[in-house]
Design a protein around this ligand. Structure first.
Ligand code: CIR
Length: 277
């Protein structure tokens, strides 16, 4: 697909947002992809956790658009993976899991109603939003089982049309997504696992490490003046509070069973365009 020229992104803060898009879990979420051989999640439990997540986004100051559930796509509650959004622009990605590929087309109309520029990823590669970290200075695209070199290069090209510098980096072996192991805490501050930080990818940043045994805490969610964190990680909570963060704890017991983090359940953006809806 050929994309029309887009306006550059002028926002350089990766944690100031005023809007979010989420999708209600479908009943089929119990059949969502999961790496381990643990039990599937309970639908009612996922729904409760998702409702609390939406409330936390609203309490952080975001207007939240809630899209309807998609039964055909068990993992479609993880709305971060088929798209990438900035103030006025969205990029339709090419999810790397076969059962999730169609989620991109399924969200396209909603994105077109919210964003002036909607860019489709060119080529036949794959890229998941969970592998993409925007630090406010650059975009890091982690190669993983879901994001391949061709998808990453196509994404670099799409980001360039928005004036955003991107680089392709590695995800530690056995980790689902690049952002399973990191998140933005501040302008030059990243929360990360030791195994990811050891790659040197964040050498130009101040890194706050999550403790051994709490690796999944690295996928926290800084939104405006607070940090959303799973309630399963007490040591990370103390570490963040000691740094002065206002930490909001969220239950993730059920949604974690399908390998969820906190970032993957929303697309967040700063609505900065007078002609966007
Ligand atoms: C999957 O394997 O695709 C889903 N069960 C979990 C996706 C979580 N997404 C993310 O971390 N960005």
């Amino acid at each position: 697909m050929t994309n029309a020229p887009a306006k550059p992104v002028n926002n350089t803060c990766a944690y100031r947002f005023n809007r979010a898009i989420v999708r209600s879990p479908s009943r089929s979420v119990v059949n969502g992809l999961r790496a381990g051989d643990g039990s599937p999640p309970d639908y009612e439990g996922v729904t409760r956790e998702h409702a609390a997540y939406i409330e936390a986004l609203r309490a952080a100051g975001l207007g939240v658009s809630v899209l309807g559930p998609l039964e055909a796509f068990p993992d479609s509650v993880f709305v971060e993976d088929p798209a990438l959004v900035f103030g006025h622009a969205a990029i339709l990605l090419r999810p790397g899991a076969a059962s999730r590929f169609g989620e991109s087309a399924a969200i396209e109309a909603d994105l077109r109603s919210h964003f002036v520029d909607v860019i489709a990823l060119d080529g036949d590669g794959f890229a998941d939003g969970g592998d993409v970290l925007w630090t406010g200075r650059e975009v890091m695209i982690g190669l993983s089982d879901r994001t391949d070199e061709r998808g990453a290069q196509a994404l670099c090209a799409a980001l360039a049309t928005l004036g955003l510098a991107a680089k392709v980096v590695c995800t530690p072996a056995g980790v689902l997504h690049f952002k399973s192991d990191c998140s933005v805490l501040g302008d030059r501050r990243i929360l990360a696992t030791r195994r990811l930080a050891a790659s040197g990818v964040f050498d130009a940043y101040e890194v706050v490490l999550v403790p051994e045994g709490e690796e999944a805490a690295a996928n926290a969610l800084r939104i405006n003046d607070r940090v959303l964190l799973s309630d399963s990680f007490p040591t990370t909570r103390k570490r963040l509070e000691a740094l002065g963060f206002d930490v909001v704890l969220l239950a993730t017991r059920e949604i974690q069973k399908v390998d969820a983090g906190l970032s993957c359940m929303s697309l967040r953006y700063l609505h900065d365009s007078p002609d966007a809806n």
